[in-house]
Design a protein around this ligand. Structure first.
Ligand SMILES: Nc1ncnc2c1ncn2[C@@H]1O[C@H](COP(=O)(O)OP(=O)(O)OP(=O)(O)O)[C@@H](O)[C@H]1O
Ligand SMILES: [Mg+2]
Length: 275
């Protein structure tokens, strides 16, 4: 499926006309000869244009598996995933994933070549246009001066910026990020969160961001889906657009973080039991 441009602005939508991505009653399983592992159970949520939607849940609750399914790498055993109203059945350039690992960039390609590669491989652009677009997005993440170096000459944070530029250069319908900052030190992580939000203000891409950090979820997201421990089920959806990096540490932020903690771990909250 190389129809990058064709699939970018589809209008045919089933169900909620505003929804860009619909995850509808999705159960996901891994099957080995010995056993079947259910990773998620009937998970439903919707992303709208320019959402910063966060999937938050404990280790093993199926967050990465959900991203793989939205990426089109595994098929639901129950339910359906729709992008612009069309069922997702295979990977495509309209959904790009940024992973946690620093080694997601082929080391033999320069930074610019790394960003150009998916544009060329998907035949989205010719060489000249791909080079221009690569530089444009490298500039957005502050790495234009490093276009001609190789990944081993970059810090972990810089490598993640390249991976983000590479993903955004494809102008996907939805950018999928799987704990992209989890392997960074605390200061770099905070800086990357700040930069991601700046980038979002500028480009207004649609983001589906996975984390198991409550604080990161509150800072990065405008909406947060809470998943229960294994197998992941939707526990609650929280509106978090009011929180920024600046509000971190404040009383309201702390209260929201505590509420999420209770919801995630099913502890009673002050007024009754929230579910
Ligand atoms: N390839 C696989 N084969 C079998 N089971 C798997 C496979 N990958 C994941 N699982 C299982 O599926 C469940 C969900 O895994 P997943 O990686 O999606 O969790 P996660 O929420 O991303 O966790 P983490 O926060 O640790 O990254 C886990 O119980 C895991 O053991
Ligand atoms: Mg994971």
């Amino acid at each position: 499926m190389f129809a990058g441009a064709a699939s970018t602005h589809g209008a045919a939508v089933a169900g909620n006309p505003a929804a860009l991505l619909q995850v509808d009653g999705v159960s996901l399983e891994y099957r080995t000869p010995e056993r079947v592992v259910r990773a998620t159970h009937r998970v439903s949520f919707e992303l709208h244009e320019a959402d910063r939607f966060v999937l938050l849940g404990p280790s093993g609750c199926g967050k990465s598996t959900l991203l793989k399914a939205i990426g089109g790498f595994i098929a639901p055993v129950e339910g359906e995933i729709r992008l612009d109203g069309r069922a997702v059945t295979a990977p495509g350039p309209d959904r790009i994933v940024v992973f946690q690992e620093f080694d997601q960039l082929p080391p033999w390609k320069t930074v610019r070549q790394n960003v150009m590669f998916p544009l060329l491989a998907s035949r989205t652009l010719g060489r000249k246009e791909a080079a221009e677009r690569a530089l444009h997005y490298l500039d957005k993440v502050g790495l234009a001066p490093f276009a001609d170096v190789h990944p081993h000459q970059l810090s972990g944070g810089m490598k993640q910026r390249v991976a983000i530029a590479r993903a955004l250069a494809m102008q996907p319908r939805v950018l999928l990020m799987d704990e992209p900052f989890a392997a960074l030190d605390a200061l770099t992580r905070r800086k990357m969160q700040e930069e991601l939000l700046e980038l979002w203000s500028e480009v207004r891409f649609t983001l589906l961001f996975v984390t198991h950090s409550i604080e990161e979820a509150l800072v990065v997201g405008n909406r947060i889906a809470l998943l229960s421990p294994h197998p992941g089920r939707m526990r609650a959806e929280i509106n978090s657009h009011g929180f920024t990096l600046e509000s971190q540490g404040g009383a309201e932020f702390q209260a929201a973080a505590q509420r999420i903690h209770r919801l995630l771990f099913d502890e009673p909250v002050a007024q009754g039991v929230a579910r």
